[in-house]
Design a protein around this ligand. Structure first.
Ligand SMILES: *[C@@H]1O[C@H](CO)[C@@H](O)[C@H](O)[C@H]1NC(C)=O
Ligand SMILES: *[C@@H]1O[C@H](CO)[C@@H](O)[C@H](O)[C@H]1NC(C)=O
Ligand SMILES: *[C@@H]1O[C@H](CO)[C@@H](O)[C@H](O)[C@H]1NC(C)=O
Length: 471
C-alpha cells in the first residue's frame, strides 16, 4: 500500500511545479503518462523558466552597470574639478605659509638681537658692580692714608715724607677720577644699549602689528565722487557734451568741469586739456591715496578725488561712450619715468549687460594685452562676471575690471610704492602685461576718453625708449 503511494506522490509533485505557473496543465488527466518522460518535461520547463529569469536578471544587471558607469563618470568629473580647486587652494596656502615663514624669521632674528643685548647689559652691570667695589676699596685706602697722615703730623715727619705722602694722595685721587670717568662711559653705553632694546621692541611690535593688520591695509572705503548734478543746481542747458567739446569752445585749462553727454544727466568730470584736444579722464592713479578695491556700487557711481586719484564711474563712462566714435587713451608710467600710451576704439554697454567693453586696438607704443578683454563684462569683488570658472578674479587680484580669466591687465589693482616682497601680493598690483618683468606694478596711470581725432591730430605723447618695464 505504501509502496504504490510514493511514485504517485512523486508524479503529483513533479506535475505540480509547472502547474504553479501554467494554468493549462491538468495533472489529473495526465496521471497515465510514463513517470520518467513526465518528469523530464517538467525539468525542461524549469530550465526555460530559469533561463528566462536569468535573462531578465542579466538585462537589469546591464542596466544597473550602465547607470553605475554614468554615476562613476559623474563622480570622476566632480573629483577632477575638486582636484583642480584643491590644487589652487594648496598653491594659495603655500604662498601664505611662505609669507608667514618670512615674518617669523624676521621676528626670530629680532628676538635673538634682543637676547644678545640683554646679555651685554647684564655683563656691563656686573662690571659696573666690580668697578664700584674697586672704587670703595680705593676710598678706604685713601681714608686710611689720610688718617695715618694726620696721626703722623703729630709726630716727627720729615719734609720728604710729607711730600711723598702728598704725591701718593695725588695719584690716588687721579685714579679715582679716571674710575669715575670710566663709570660714566659705561653708564652711557648701557643707556645706549637700553635705547636700542626699546627700538628693537618697537620694531618687533610693528612686525606683530603688520602680521595682524595685513589684510586691513587695503580695506578702507573710498570717498564717493561728486554726485550727479540736479538740473536746478546749475544751468545745464548749455553744458559741453564732454571735455573735447569744452576744448573746442576754447577752454585750455585742465580741471574739473560740469559736462552733459548727449541725452544723459549732467555730471562733473576732470578734463585733461594738455594735448591738442580735450580728453575726459575716467581713471587716474598716481600716489596710492585712494583704495581701488571697492564694490560694484562704487565702481558704478565713481569714487576718489578729482584732484588726486579717482574712478569716474561706469554710469558716466557709459554716457560718454554712447555718444559714439570714442577713443580710449591709456597712458602709463613706470618707476623709471618711462611713459607709454596706447589707444583703442571704444564702446561700453550699459548696466543691463554689466558694462561690457568693446575694444579695437588703434596704435600706441605699448603692448596690447587689453584686446583680449574685449567683450568682457565688468567685475567687482561682489559681482563676479569674469570668465574664470572656479575663482573670482576681482576678489583675488583686487579692484574692479573687465576681467577675463583673469587676463594680463588690471589698472585698478593695488598701488604699491615698493615692489612687494611676496609673489601673491605682486600679482595684485597695477598690471599691464610686460614681457620682461612679471607682475610689475605701475607708478602712474591715466585713462581718458575723447572722440576719434580729426585727420590732422596725431598723438602728441612722446615716448622715451630707455630701458624700463615697457620694453
Ligand atoms: C610679538 O609676537 C610674539 C609671538 O606672537 C610674542 O611672543 C611677542 O611678545 C610679541 N612682541 C611684541 C613686542 O608684542
Ligand atoms: C550681470 O551680472 C549679474 C551679477 O553678476 C549676473 O547675475 C547677470 O547674469 C549679469 N548679466 C548678464 C547679461 O550677463
Ligand atoms: C586671452 O586670455 C585668455 C585667458 O586669460 C588666455 O587663455 C588666452 O590665451 C588669451 N588670448 C590672447 C590672444 O592673449
Amino acid at each position: 500500500m505504501r509502496i504504490t503511494l510514493i511514485p504517485l506522490l512523486l508524479v503529483v509533485a513533479a506535475a505540480c511545479v509547472p502547474a504553479l505557473c501554467g494554468k493549462e496543465e491538468q495533472p489529473v488527466l495526465q496521471l497515465e503518462a510514463p513517470v520518467e518522460t513526465r518528469s523530464r518535461f517538467a525539468a525542461l520547463d524549469d530550465v526555460r523558466l530559469l533561463a528566462n529569469g536569468l535573462l531578465q536578471l542579466g538585462q537589469s544587471l546591464r542596466e544597473f552597470v550602465q547607470k553605475t558607469k554614468g554615476q562613476i563618470n559623474d563622480i570622476v568629473h566632480k573629483l577632477n574639478i575638486f582636484d583642480h580647486s584643491f590644487y589652487q587652494l594648496s598653491v594659495l596656502a603655500s604662498e601664505i605659509k611662505e609669507e608667514e615663514e618670512e615674518l617669523k624669521k624676521t621676528t626670530v632674528v629680532l628676538r635673538a638681537n634682543n637676547e644678545e643685548i640683554k646679555g651685554l647689559s647684564v655683563e656691563i652691570s656686573s662690571k659696573v658692580d666690580s668697578i664700584l667695589q674697586e672704587k670703595s676699596r680705593l676710598q678706604n685706602k685713601v681714608e686710611g692714608l689720610e688718617e695715618k697722615l694726620s696721626s703722623m703730623s703729630h709726630g716727627l715727619v720729615t719734609i720728604d715724607q710729607v711730600a711723598e705722602i702728598g704725591g701718593l694722595k695725588e695719584v690716588i685721587h687721579s685714579q679715582e677720577r679716571s674710575i669715575t670717568a670710566l663709570l660714566n662711559a659705561v653708564r652711557e653705553q648701557t643707556d645706549q644699549l637700553n635705547h636700542q632694546r626699546v627700538k628693537i621692541n618697537i620694531l618687533e611690535e610693528k612686525v606683530n602689528e603688520t602680521i595682524e593688520r595685513m589684510p586691513d591695509i587695503f580695506n578702507s572705503e573710498a570717498p564717493t565722487l561728486s554726485p550727479y548734478l540736479t538740473s536746478s543746481s546749475t544751468n545745464t542747458a548749455n553744458l559741453p557734451t564732454d571735455c573735447s567739446d569744452l576744448f573746442k569752445r576754447g577752454e585750455r585749462v585742465s580741471g574739473v568741469y560740469a559736462i552733459r553727454p548727449t541725452g544723459t544727466e549732467p555730471f562733473m568730470a576732470f578734463c585733461d586739456m594738455s594735448k591738442d584736444h580735450g580728453a575726459t579722464v575716467i581713471q587716474r592713479r598716481r600716489d596710492g591715496s585712494v583704495n581701488f578695491d571697492q564694490n560694484w556700487e562704487k565702481y558704478e557711481n565713481g569714487f576718489g578725488d578729482f584732484h588726486g586719484e579717482f574712478w569716474l564711474g561706469l554710469r558716466s563712462i557709459h554716457s560718454l561712450a554712447t555718444q559714439g566714435n570714442s577713443v580710449l587713451h591709456i597712458q602709463l608710467e613706470d618707476w623709471k619715468q618711462n611713459r607709454r600710451f596706447t589707444e583703442y576704439r571704444f564702446n561700453l554697454n550699459g548696466p543691463e549687460s554689466n558694462y561690457t567693453i568693446h575694444l579695437t586696438h588703434l596704435f600706441g607704443d605699448l603692448l596690447d594685452p587689453m584686446s583680449n578683454h574685449t567683450g568682457m563684462m565688468f567685475s567687482t569683488k561682489d559681482r563676479d562676471n569674469d570668465n574664470h570658472q572656479e575663482s573670482n578674479c576681482a576678489h583675488y587680484y583686487t579692484g574692479g575690471w573687465w576681467f577675463n580669466a583673469c587676463g594680463d591687465t588690471n589698472l585698478n589693482g593695488r598701488y604699491f610704492h615698493m615692489r612687494p616682497k611676496w609673489r601673491s601680493d605682486r600679482r595684485r598690483g597695477i598690471q599691464w602685461k610686460s614681457v620682461q618683468k612679471a607682475s610689475y606694478s605701475l607708478k602712474l596711470t591715466q585713462i581718458s576718453v575723447h572722440p576719434v581725432a580729426s585727420p590732422n591730430t596725431t598723438p602728441s605723447t612722446s615716448a622715451s625708449y630707455e630701458t624700463g618695464v615697457f620694453l
